[in-house]
Design a protein around this ligand. Structure first.
Ligand code: SF4
Ligand code: SF4
Length: 342
């Protein structure tokens, strides 16, 4: 891996040049409390310090809704709707979201290859950005607070710029044409990087290794937490729709008014919706709110062999955006017996 440095001023110039390579998206403040990945027009609007975006980056490769194909019943034909050949650059992706995308890859590129996802993902460029945790974060117990794969470039904050790790050939192709913007790193820079990581390590609010939490969850399926917390749950699905690793979806055929033509649509779904478990019969294999609530805790803590971590990356979104103030991290700690770090 190659390590180089860029000043804060040159970072803005670099972002400007990235816009010539593809459509650049980066985190921006969209309201008092919320950030989101937005298309960059003015590079000065990019938020370099943020905790989490309301929508996870998976939506760039696995959109909230999309037309799979159009059909014509009179002609008995269907017309596939392939994604556009568009280069999408995501700048400012945190460690948790980088691993979130690797989990999505393991599902949609390996387990159940999805040509729509594959095409978009192959056209995607991921540029990581270092961050400091708040009280909602727990990616440290998922062992992903410092990623070494899944990005083309990674920007680490320094007092006077960024130390940039070049992770792929694509990353080299992004920086090589602009040697005047980058410089070699010094001992002072590596010392500053170590100090940043040490500061980060001192800020975690939970400690321990949650890789084996799935066994506690299996052994304590009748834990009182499920009754107490599912009772508060509104079934709104915010926790899953904001999660960087949720991938449940559904399909619907939308006919035209004369019924001869139409579209097959794919939409994000949520295991927290009653309709998600409804099958023919009508039978619902998750008929109660508690059964749906319980399912999410089991699903998110299952082990993902490809990333050697759980399917939850500890981003804290499901707690931060829960209108019922249900605290996923604290509920897991109650079951797993882990304690506060500070
Ligand atoms: S965001 Fe909160 S209230 Fe809404 S479904 Fe998830 S746990 Fe329930
Ligand atoms: S389960 Fe919650 S903390 Fe874990 S990745 Fe999903 S939104 Fe983030």
């Amino acid at each position: 891996m190659r390590y180089i440095k860029i000043s804060k001023e040159n970072t803005y110039k670099f972002l400007e040049r990235l816009k010539e390579v593809g459509t650049l998206h980066a985190p921006m403040k969209i309201s008092e409390k919320f950030y989101d990945f937005c298309e960059v027009d003015d590079v000065k609007e990019v938020a370099f310090e943020y905790n989490r975006t309301i929508r996870p980056p998976r939506r760039f490769f696995y959109p909230e809704e999309e037309v799979m194909f159009k059909f014509d019943t009179a002609r008995v034909e269907m017309y596939e709707n392939t994604p556009r050949d568009e280069r999408v650059i995501l700048f400012g992706v945190h460690n948790c979201d980088i691993v979130g995308l690797r989990i999505m890859d393991s599902v949609f590129m390996d387990e159940q290859p999805d040509p729509y996802y594959q095409k978009r993902r192959k056209n995607g460029i991921i540029i990581g950005l270092s961050c400091l945790p708040d009280e909602y974060c727990f990616c440290n117990v998922r062992r992903i607070e410092f990623v070494d794969a899944g990005f083309d470039l990674f920007f680490h904050e320094l007092p006077d710029g960024y130390l940039v790790r070049v992770g792929t050939v694509t990353g080299h192709k992004l920086v090589d044409p602009h040697p005047e913007l980058f410089e070699e790193i010094t001992k002072e820079d590596t010392k500053n990087l170590e100090e940043f990581e040490a500061k980060k390590a001192s800020m975690w609010t939970v400690k321990g290794n949650w890789d084996d939490l799935r066994y506690f969850l299996e052994m304590r399926m009748d834990h009182e937490m499920y009754d107490r917390e599912s009772d508060k749950c509104l079934g709104c699905g915010n926790c899953t729709l904001t999660c960087p690793t949720c991938r449940c979806h559904t399909y619907r055929d939308i006919p035209s008014i004369d019924g001869r033509t139409g579209e097959r649509m794919k939409y994000w779904d949520s295991c927290q919706f009653r309709s998600h478990g409804l099958v023919a019969g009508p039978h619902n294999f998750r008929p109660t709110k508690k059964s749906r609530f319980f399912n999410r805790y089991q699903c998110k803590n299952a082990y993902c062999p490809d990333t050697t971590t759980a399917y939850c990356v500890g981003c804290g979104r499901c707690t931060y955006f829960c209108p019922a103030e249900i605290n996923f991290k604290k509920n897991l700690m109650e079951i797993g017996g882990y304690t506060e770090a500070i």
